[in-house]
Write a protein that binds this ligand. Structure first.
Ligand SMILES: Cc1cc2nc3c(=O)[nH]c(=O)nc-3n(C[C@H](O)[C@H](O)[C@H](O)COP(=O)(O)OP(=O)(O)OC[C@H]3O[C@@H](n4cnc5c(N)ncnc54)[C@H](O)[C@@H]3O)c2cc1C
Length: 354
């Protein structure tokens, strides 16, 4: 069995981003890489969106970019301009094509379906398969189902993303709709829950139908669907000498928001910069400060779900750049304080000591 210098387990967002970063910086000219990925072919399966607080390698995979977003609760509606940090959506189909086309040209990179086909005893492993054993049922998830719809009439304001619209059934949980308007008559409409695993909340089609109906949108066709569940807890991360976890498995998700894509890109750059000395390199994380703040935020969310629409909305009572930097782990201490002081103090203080 052939041996490889590096093995990436999982050729998804994190695995492919890392392979691309290494390849484009010539780190695989004299090293070999095996990517373990079970899927037979790649097709669009996700739409990765984020505020562009950093450069990334995938400007040519952007499906849309917006300079405005809105947040709606049953008592207020805010539309916020974000010219400095536009909101971008990446089409995963274009992302997979771009990376796979590039990787195929390097004879030092090979794809395998099964890790058993390799001898990995002397390889350095980058693993993107999260180990969630025992944590899966008791913890919270961001779970969602989105449909890309096309209408005959013009229905959408194509200038503004609807980041969170809480005008929908809450069922004792936290529930909102998210709309990415691609044009006046095409949009991704997503029903999103922050909750424990609960099958009774998975009547997604019904929820979307009612929501669209309430917006007066009855006549539409569905062109594409995506569904997912992002763990709002950190996977079990056993430290091993010859292995680094990446992507969701590597704790790259911000627990308060589910945003992961740009953190994956930062992590890939970090690994590429340190690849020659990877065994001795400090483990990368998105920042202890954010881990601590997000843990408290989640405690509040679990205990007071009914307060969350107001809390999410209050984050944006700070300047838009402060709020975006905070949510994208780029804020300084003054910006953190500006957000923290906007929060309902008593329930957050109680949750720290809970
Ligand atoms: C539908 C969806 C939408 C999302 N939207 C956003 C967003 O808008 N913004 C954002 O920041 N984040 C978003 N996320 C969160 C996060 O960015 C994604 O989950 C991202 O794909 C995580 O990358 P990953 O490499 O960790 O996991 P994945 O991309 O899921 O990659 C894991 C790979 O492992 C492969 N695999 C499975 N089993 C095995 C096995 N036994 N051996 C080897 N390989 C295996 C899978 O086929 C897959 O290719 C979204 C998540 C989902 C599910």
């Amino acid at each position: 069995m052939k041996e490889y210098d590096y093995v990436i387990i999982g050729g998804g967002c994190a695995g492919l981003s890392l392979a691309y970063e290494l390849d484009t910086h010539n780190k695989l000219d004299d090293k070999t890489l095996a990517i373990i990925e079970p899927r037979d072919n790649y097709k669009r399966d996700k739409t990765w969106s984020f505020w562009k607080v950093d450069q990334h390698n995938f400007d040519d995979c952007i499906k849309n970019r917006w300079n405005e977003f809105s947040i709606k609760t049953n008592s207020e509606s805010k539309t916020i301009r974000c010219d400095q940090f536009p909101y971008e959506s990446i089409d995963s189909g274009l992302f997979y094509d771009k990376i796979n086309t590039r990787l195929k040209k390097n004879k030092n990179i090979k794809f395998f379906k099964n890790i058993k086909d390799l001898d990995i005893r002397n390889s350095f492993i980058f693993n993107s398969l999260p180990s969630l054993k025992g944590k899966s049922d008791s913890n919270f998830w961001q779970h969602f189902h989105g449909v890309e719809i096309e209408t005959k009439e013009t229905c959408f304001n194509e200038r503004a993303v609807n980041l969170m619209d809480f005008n929908c059934e809450q069922r004792g949980s936290v529930h909102f709709f998210y709309i990415l308007p691609f044009s006046k008559n095409k949009a991704m409409v997503e029903t999103t829950w922050l909750s424990k695993k609960d099958d009774s909340l998975k009547d997604y089609d019904y929820q979307i139908k009612i929501y669209l109906n309430n917006l007066g949108i009855k006549d539409y066709k569905i062109n594409y669907r995506e569904e997912g569940a992002i763990p709002l807890f950190y996977p079990i991360n056993k430290k091993e000498n010859n292995k680094i976890n990446i992507g969701t498995a590597g704790g790259m998700t911000r627990l308060s928001t589910g945003y992961t894509f740009l953190n994956i890109q930062e992590h890939s750059k970090y690994i590429r910069k340190n690849i020659e000395n990877i065994k001795k390199t400090k483990v990368y994380n998105i920042g202890q400060k954010y881990r601590f703040l997000d843990e408290i935020f989640l405690r509040v969310l679990k205990k007071y779900p009914e307060k969350m629409p107001n809390i999410f909305s209050k984050i944006f009572n700070s300047s838009y750049s402060t709020a975006i930097k905070f949510l994208s782990n780029k804020s300084n201490i003054f910006e953190d304080m500006s957000i923290i002081l906007k929060m309902p103090k008593w329930i957050f203080i109680k949750s720290i000591f809970n």
